[in-house]
Write a protein that binds this ligand. Sequence first.
Ligand code: GCO
Length: 475
Amino acid sequence: KERDSFPKDFLWGSASAAYQVEGAASEDGKGESVWDRFVQIPGKTFKGTTGEVAVDHYHRYKEDVQLMAEQGLKAYRFSVAWTRIIPDGDGEVNEKGLEFYDNLIDELIEHNIEPVLTLYHWDIPQALQDKYGGWEGRQVIQDFTRYAEILFKRYNGKVKYWVSLNEQNIFITLGYSMAAHPPGVTDTKRMLQANHIASLANAAVIKRFKELDIRGKIGPSFAYGPTYAIDSHPENQMAAQNNEEFNAHYWMDVYVNGRYPTVAWKHYERLGIAPEVEPGDEELLKAGKPDFMGLNYYQTNTVAANPLDGVGFGKMNTSGKKGTSEESGTPGLYKSTQNPYVERTDWDWDIDPTGLRIAMRRINSRYNLPILITENGLGAYDTLEEDGTIHDTYRIDFIKKHIEAIQDAITDGVDVMGYCTWSYTDLLSWLNGYQKRYGFVYVDREELDEKELKRYKKDSYHWYKKVIETNGEEL
Ligand code: GCO
């Protein structure tokens, strides 16, 4: 056989995030989060869509778990909204909010679905943003740890897999340097400082998890896609190296080794924008080493040199736009360019299953930690047919190839705990509204008939059921 089999206890899963599915934005005592506030600013989201109702998972979680059970799903990754548990971030605990997650977790366990709980998926309480600048205030380290501790104690023994921060690199970069996410700042110095504090908070909750002797494993979810150089010109290769250093090692090294990589640190220091590190910080970072690396993989990056004088090297293809942002890059370091060898999604993201195998091997050899794939999937326009079917063959093809890449990585020797697709049901895309669909389950949300919000199984739902049944033998 060409490829090794998947481990027997492999977690075939799927994922979501509170703000993107729950709705019930101010029900049962829930406080306001920065996202509840941010989406009110005109022009920030597609057609001004909000998570006010989302796909109403808050009221329909039983129906959703029923669909998961029928599919045979082994794990469901979801996030807890901090503002349901502590509405103002640092005050009274809201029992009603906890009850929702009690019920959800019990429902999952009853159906033999392993809950994978994300502590933070971007929805910090607005009250803490107002009080001390959210992730820019050191007080957040204590407040986040207190919140996490409530969940650790309440679900100890029930929840065995915990995700600390989801995509710290994304919420920090988009929030503080591109103003596309709350708090809508464009200031690299502030970005690096907020990031440092977020890293400390991440380490602090992991440290607490260990001190409390919680039965289970914990790690962050990191958005990583390897970087390729556009060609073999040494300067373009250097640009690829820069992108890895500044956009991947800068975060993952801190999670695992408790220290920033040398080159990026020196660069930021030289510019006078390196974060302020206080006595004790490094110690805390080192004490918060994760048990696994959560990997959110969507695509790879292709870059070229971006010299300060603007003169490029070799044959470069710089015509393409990449990802969600416009021409991106940093003069002196790298700039994004288009990969001529891959196809792209409806949203212009590179489709690259081999990139997933490369990502897994790099994480394995640099960090030597088991990997949990916490997200991977295809955002696309889907069509609901008259008879209630959705023929998303493109999604099946996408996921199939990525599962094969994981199997290749397993064959290479990489330790993989499981695979969560993004997403289970269709959900709110932070900036793209409800038209960008990722789910196995279609939610009729387009007409905003919020009372309906009917669920339909896509072709990919039935296909993934088979994959789970055969433990990945039949793709
Ligand atoms: C979107 C994004 C998200 C992210 C997820 C990151 O379209 O809004 O793709 O859904 O993938 O929230 O963790």
